[in-house]
Design a protein around this ligand. Structure first.
Ligand SMILES: [Zn+2]
Length: 257
């Protein structure tokens, strides 16, 4: 598929670039863990990324969700319809997956900002990717945090809220990788900035918490970052956090658009 790019960021840990967001596949023997799953229109891309790694949807032992936004869970209803797989998210994220609360920039918010050329281009891309749909996954269960999960790669879920109330990162201690979702990104189609950074504030539910929650990442033993948006980043995660903080100095919050 045109948008699919697969990069092995560490042994058996693969970052896949979708239409406008990333997902991660962790392999252990024949078994796979899928972390996030792109937009609704990324369904074919997700399936072909598994195929490229020698797997099928039936080989995915569990899906881990960083947060309930459409660019991260969009293809999951399609996957679920093909083959039910246990799906896990933080328990504070489950109300959004059940459709009880909504912590995402609305289509109206986006349209109001479309005088910015980058935002207009991005909005067009994501609308075509199914980005205006609301994804409900009432079958998702609460993930247990802080200890290795019984899934390929032994991921450890860590609450890293702010972008959404239940945003979670997944640490892969054996591989030395942290999958940061939108808690820390390295680029976004609406921004010219590159390198470790916070996602534009317009997309974030609680920007002050998103800034302070970087402390969780700084503590981790990892030397590669797989973000929800932008390229992978290599180096101590503490340095990525320092760079993100330098990009958004404390006391001068990002400009509200
Ligand atoms: Zn995102």
């Amino acid at each position: 598929m045109a948008h699919r790019q697969i990069q092995e960021v560490a042994s058996e840990v693969f970052m896949v670039e979708g239409i406008a967001s990333n997902w991660t596949v962790v392999r252990e023997g024949r078994d796979l863990t899928l972390i996030d799953a792109g937009y609704p229109k990324d369904l074919e891309n997700v399936l072909s990324s598994l195929e490229h790694l020698g797997g099928r949807i039936e080989d995915v032992r569990g899906v881990l969700i960083t947060h309930a936004h459409v660019d991260h869970v969009g293809s999951l209803p399609g996957i679920q319809a093909m083959h039910p797989i246990p799906m896990h998210a933080h328990d504070r994220e489950l109300p959004m997956l059940r459709g009880e609360v909504h912590e995402q920039a609305s289509a109206r918010d986006v349209v109001r900002r479309c005088w910015r050329p980058r935002t207009a281009r991005w909005a067009f891309t994501v609308a075509r990717a199914g980005g205006l749909s609301t994804i409900h996954l009432p079958q998702a269960r609460a993930v247990s945090t802080g200890t290795p999960l019984d899934l390929p790669g032994g991921p450890i879920a860590l609450a890293c809220s702010g972008h959404t109330s239940g945003h979670t990162v997944y640490h892969l201690p054996q591989a030395g990788v942290v999958v940061t979702g939108d808690a820390l990104v390295t680029g976004h189609q609406t921004s010219a900035r590159l390198g470790p950074q916070l996602i534009p504030e317009f997309f974030t539910h609680d920007p002050a918490t998103a800034r302070s929650t970087l402390d969780v990442l700084a503590e981790l033993g990892a030397d590669a970052v797989v973000p929800g948006h932008g390229p992978s980043w290599r180096g101590p995660v503490r340095e990525a956090v320092d760079r993100a903080r330098a990009a958004h100095p404390a006391g001068s919050p990002q400009r509200r658009h």
